[in-house]
Design a binder for this molecule. Structure first.
Ligand SMILES: [Zn+2]
Length: 266
């Protein structure tokens, strides 16, 4: 059995990039306490050569994810802080491999019987989104959940608790937003976090959007790499900040016009 971390440059570089982004999430105030979680499908990037899985802890999944059979993921740990992940990623994150039946997984970064921790409590939502990505054959590898203050604040206004007004506002505040977040935000009404219902609604929202925004809670974003995924959230938050800054200065923001927006779409 090859040591997972020994001479594995691609794995080390994904861990380093994820740690950088975890630090940004903490610095932005989008990951208080143990808030936020990240999963990255590393199956095609990282060479994981294991013949005997018996030394690793095995856990069942509550659902089957057939498209994720034999896939591997880097996942942040349950109860772990983003600021700690930034400093010591593999004491706060784990590498898992889904079994062939896609109804359970091994924790490859831990040894059976050793003191260990589990992946994020939102693992089902993450795997459901990765399954959606695999079903449609799109290239996204990263699923990132954060408590993005500026976007949460918007969902406390009833007028922005619908997709059209939310996207019109966010696209209208800054030209970059429609360019880099062309499919916009899918709105998910308030539901109990961690529930099957919210996972299903999030997956539905991500079928046609770049980001799912949970009312009064935060975002789930998908992207090809962890920096790009962070960028999408950052751009949306910037748009929301411009709106709030104008409001607090008693300026009614005019927003980009329809023709300015359609020029940007070209
Ligand atoms: Zn959350």
């Amino acid at each position: 059995m090859k040591d997972l971390f020994k001479h594995n440059k691609p794995l080390h570089s994904i861990i380093r990039e994820t740690a950088e982004v975890a630090g940004y999430l903490w610095q932005r105030g989008w990951a208080e306490r143990n808030a936020g979680n990240i999963s990255i499908n590393i199956s095609e990037i990282v060479d994981i050569e294991i013949i005997d899985y018996s030394p690793f802890p095995f856990l069942d999944l509550p659902f089957s994810y057939p498209k994720l059979a034999d896939s591997s993921f880097l996942v942040t740990g349950t109860g772990k802080r983003m600021r700690d992940f930034a400093n010591s990623p593999m004491n706060n994150g784990i590498v898992i491999k889904v079994n062939q039946s896609a109804n359970g997984y091994w924790i490859l970064s831990q040894k059976a019987g050793s003191s260990s921790f589990l992946p994020t409590s939102e693992l089902s939502t993450h795997l459901g989104i990765h399954q959606l990505i695999a079903e449609r054959g799109s290239p996204e590898k990263v699923v990132l959940h954060a408590h993005t203050t500026e976007l949460i604040a918007l969902t406390h206004a009833e007028e922005f608790c619908n997709q059209d007004s939310l996207n019109n506002l966010l696209w209208g505040m800054h030209p970059e937003t429609i360019v880099f977040v062309p499919k916009g935000v899918g709105f998910v009404p308030y539901m109990l976090p961690g529930s099957v219902e919210i996972a299903m609604e999030t997956i539905k929202a991500l079928q046609n959007h770049d980001v799912a925004l949970w009312e009064k809670h935060g975002v789930f974003a998908i992207g090809n790499c962890v920096h790009e995924t962070f960028d999408v959230i950052d751009i949306l938050a910037k748009s929301a900040r411009i709106y709030f800054m104008c409001q607090s200065a008693n300026i009614l923001p005019r927003g980009l016009t329809a023709s300015q927006l359609s020029d940007l779409k070209l």
